[in-house]
Design a protein around this ligand. Structure first.
Ligand SMILES: *[C@@H]1O[C@H](CO)[C@@H](O)[C@H](O)[C@H]1NC(C)=O
Ligand SMILES: *[C@@H]1O[C@H](CO)[C@@H](O)[C@H](O)[C@H]1NC(C)=O
Ligand SMILES: *[C@@H]1O[C@H](CO)[C@@H](O)[C@H](O)[C@H]1NC(C)=O
Ligand SMILES: *[C@@H]1O[C@H](CO)[C@@H](O)[C@H](O)[C@H]1NC(C)=O
Ligand SMILES: *[C@@H]1O[C@H](CO)[C@@H](O)[C@H](O)[C@H]1NC(C)=O
Length: 726
């Protein structure tokens, strides 16, 4: 039978199962659609992993924005990023990830979308730089910015050229020794700028460059941008006139593990002056009381203003983002925009008119678009102009509409045009209508309801299995989200895709209890010192609501799963009465011994969540501790524990500790470990095993493995199981 037995079984039953794990993982994944200057075409990247060849391929496509039709621009995997040059509707600048002269470097090439093969090399860059942004300036030169690692002296870091030390030792004199999945070293992220000289009228027909790049970040000690580990390109922006670069860095004067504080810095594009913080502690315009994380700097169309987001609190990652507008050169207090709005936008851009701001914000389990006048006062209530699904990227079109790329629970990618006055005006493409892997998915796969929680009404999603018939019953699959300040949104996930779980034969219930975002800051903040309190009570009330009100859900054979904070919560549920209501549990990377929160990398996180330190406020850490004896003694529900070695957020010892307890207490349990994954499992082959084990575990105990011949089964585990039980 071999490695693919369980996969072919699932495929054979495809009439009953809309989407298998294999189909979800191997469906094409597409990037954000970026429009050309006149807005008649957009570019996007795509990639796909094949379980036949065990390889990924990537390519670029061009979409006609009148018809939504797409054509392949290039399948050359050397083309890692493309941006529009802005001079006309077809000229592009791209990063070629092979450098003919410098191993480990990249090249910048210029081409056009009519004849991609006509491209030529315009610059050789000495390191693996990425995150390209470019504008064509008034003079005709192209100003660009990229980012990559920097040596302390400002030189771009190229691993291929660095000498390998003889010893692997690491030595630290301050906290923050590791982050997410890497150990800190003397190199750090930096934004680099460069110029491509315009073609001269006589002779040269090509843009050219001496390859010089300026490190805009390193001249002030401890600055770093874009911020790791995600290093998002929204951390920096280039002004439309090419003169300025704005970037975000964590506060250089504060220990990084203790605080979330960060500032927006402004630098001339040529790096001729040191950057300065527009909203730092000593800046003249810094709004009073704002000390938290700054984000998403964005230049106005006339290059005179910067809009950005900032939180108030100095060590809280989930505080409410406020919108600000800074005027370059002004020493006046930076103006806040619609400060009273009880939503927390995640990104901000200027509309083409230079008068309005366009923001995307979590709102009632969707990420919606809102338009806000740049002069809106404290009381202004922005109105959403998109509704279903979640916005992941948006770009301006000339008529103040936006080209939106988003997703939903039922599609991993959709593109549409929306207008602040008219809402969604044109649907262009959706993956569920293109990809055979996602065929059959649609908005009717989902529904939602509200129930009375601990102190307010709480929202929850319902996700139906393929072929759902409400006169039948389906075991409950209870989904607990992480964060804790996060939400199950109407958006696609390739790690916790509720439709993949539902299609095994469950109805998935995915509630947004206390701590969730998008329902107002009070609900988010109410989890402080309350981890096993209000969120747990909300989940109990959700479970009771489902039992009492939804006849097609079989709660007696229900199962529950969660990751990160959701993993903590499943560990907590195991030692509390709700644990007895489930047939099986799954914890992915969850906290177990709460004192161990001191071993995490971002110390501000437990200090905020538990309002203090483990030396002064130990009781706060132990108030809801799944490892307390009175809870351990309740453990009895079969429990799968997953924890990976590169998870530095919650070290692997948390998973080992609860697995040891479950085994020593005789509770059916299994440990799944990936040595090469972090807080997330992203490698497609690992992800497939993850799904096989998680679904196999749940299906075994819910009875689905027996009742649904097409379902994933633990009997088909392909990795050797180590079991030394006598
Ligand atoms: C990428 O650069 C290499 C080295 O200069 C070159 O051989 C190759 O043709 C380039 N490919 C593309 C698509 O530009
Ligand atoms: C910066 O430091 C690196 C690593 O020590 C070194 O390879 C590089 O030559 C230095 N650059 C300059 C301009 O001194
Ligand atoms: C980090 O925060 C803790 C707790 O608030 C404090 O005790 C410690 O002094 C801080 N460290 C630094 C270097 O500020
Ligand atoms: C804004 O959201 C509401 C739901 O809160 C929805 O009914 C409405 O259609 C949305 N507006 C637009 C223009 O999409
Ligand atoms: C805000 O949250 C607290 C719990 O932290 C709750 O007691 C209170 O009722 C909430 N207020 C509103 C307006 O929802």
């Amino acid at each position: 039978m071999g490695a693919r037995r369980w996969l072919s079984l699932v495929a054979a039953a495809s009439a009953a199962l809309a989407m298998t794990p294999e189909q979800m993982i191997s469906a094409p994944r597409r990037g954000e659609a970026v429009p050309n200057p006149s807005g008649n075409a957009a570019l996007f990247s795509a990639s796909q992993y094949s379980f036949d060849t065990h390889k990924a391929k990537s390519w670029w496509e061009l979409m006609d924005l009148k018809t939504g039709k797409t054509t392949t621009l290039t399948e050359d995997s050397d083309v890692s990023e493309i941006v529009w040059l802005g001079t006309d509707d077809s000229s592009i600048l791209y990063i070629n990830s092979t450098n003919a002269e410098t191993p480990g470097g990249v090249e910048l090439w210029i081409s056009n979308t009519h004849k991609f093969a006509d491209g030529y090399k315009a610059a050789s860059l000495p390191a693996p730089l990425s995150g390209l942004k470019a504008v064509t300036t008034h003079s005709g030169d192209v100003h660009y910015v990229v980012n990559g690692k920097s040596w302390p002296n400002g030189t771009a870091y190229n691993e291929n050229l660095a000498t390998k030390p003889l010893s692997s030792a690491r030595i630290y004199d301050s906290v923050y020794v590791r982050h997410w999945d890497y150990w800190l070293s003397t190199t750090f992220n930096a934004v680099f700028s460069g110029t491509l000289k315009k073609p001269s009228v006589h002779g040269h027909h090509h843009y050219s460059s001496d390859g010089e790049i300026n490190n805009l970040v390193y001249k002030i000690k401890n600055l770093e941008s874009p911020y790791p580990p995600y290093a998002e390109t929204s951390d920096y922006d280039l002004s439309p006139n090419g003169k300025w670069v704005a970037f975000k860095s964590k506060a250089p004067e504060l220990p990084k593990a203790n605080y979330t504080a960060s500032y927006i810095y402004l630098s001339p594009h040529d790096g001729s002056e040191k950057p300065f913080a527009i909203n730092g502690p000593d800046s003249p315009g810094t709004p009073k009381g704002f000390k938290g994380d700054s984000a998403s700097p964005s230049f106005s169309p006339d290059s005179r203003h910067i809009a950005y987001l900032q939180m108030k609190k100095i060590k809280y990652e989930a505080d409410r983002n406020r919108m600000f507008v800074y005027t370059i050169g002004s020493k006046k207090t930076i103006r806040s925009v619609a400060e009273g709005w009880d939503r927390s936008p995640g990104s901000i851009k200027w509309a083409a008119d230079g008068k309005n701001l366009l923001v995307a914000a979590d709102d009632k389990a969707r990420t919606r678009m809102f338009a806000v006048p740049a002069h809106a006062d404290h009381h202004y209530k922005p109105q959403n102009f998109t509704d279903g699904g979640s916005v992941s990227a948006y770009y301006l079109l000339r008529d103040s509409s936006v080209l939106v790329t988003g997703s939903a629970i039922w599609t991993n990618w959709n593109v549409y045009i929306a207008n602040p006055m008219k809402g969604v005006i044109k649907e262009l493409a959706s993956a569920n209508e293109i990809d055979p892997e996602l065929k059959g998915l649609g908005p009717s796969n989902i529904d939602e309801f509200y129930f009375k929680g601990d102190f307010t009404d709480i929202q929850s999603w319902i996700i139906y299995p393929e072929g759902f018939d409400k006169s039948k019953t389906y075991p409950l699959c209870f989904y607990v989200h992480g964060g804790p300040q996060g939400a199950w949104g109407d958006s696609w996930s390739s790690r916790w895709n509720p439709k993949v779980f539902a299609d095994q034969g469950y109805v998935v219930i995915a509630p947004n209890p206390t701590a969730s975002v998008g329902f107002g800051q009070n609900l988010t903040d109410a989890i402080q010192n309350n981890w096993g309190g209000s969120p747990y009570i909300d989940l109990v009330k959700c479970w009771e609501y489902v039992r009492d009100n939804i006849p097609y859900i079989d709660t007696t054979n229900g199962v529950a799963a969660g990751a990160s904070f959701g993993g903590f919560m499943v560990n907590w549920i195991q030692g509390n009465p709700l644990g007895r209501k489930f047939k099986a549990l799954v914890t992915h990377d969850g906290a177990f011994i709460m004192d161990n929160m001191i071993a995490t990398e971002e110390l501000w996180f437990p200090q905020r969540e538990f309002d203090g330190t483990i030396w002064n406020d130990r009781d706060n850490y132990r108030r809801y501790d799944p490892s307390a004896p009175e809870h351990i003694l309740q453990f009895s529900t079969p429990h799968l524990i997953i924890h990976s070695d590169l998870d530095f957020r919650l070290p692997v010892t948390e998973g080992l500790a609860i697995f040891n307890v479950l085994q020593e207490r005789g509770v059916p349990s299994r440990l799944l470990n990936f040595p090469d994954e972090n807080h997330w499992v992203t490698n497609p082959e690992n992800s497939l095993v993850w799904h096989q084990q998680v679904l196999g575990w749940l299906n075994k105990y819910s009875g689905i493995a027996e009742s649904n011949s097409g379902a994933v089964s633990l009997d088909d585990t392909v990795i050797p199981v180590v079991d030394y039980n006598p």
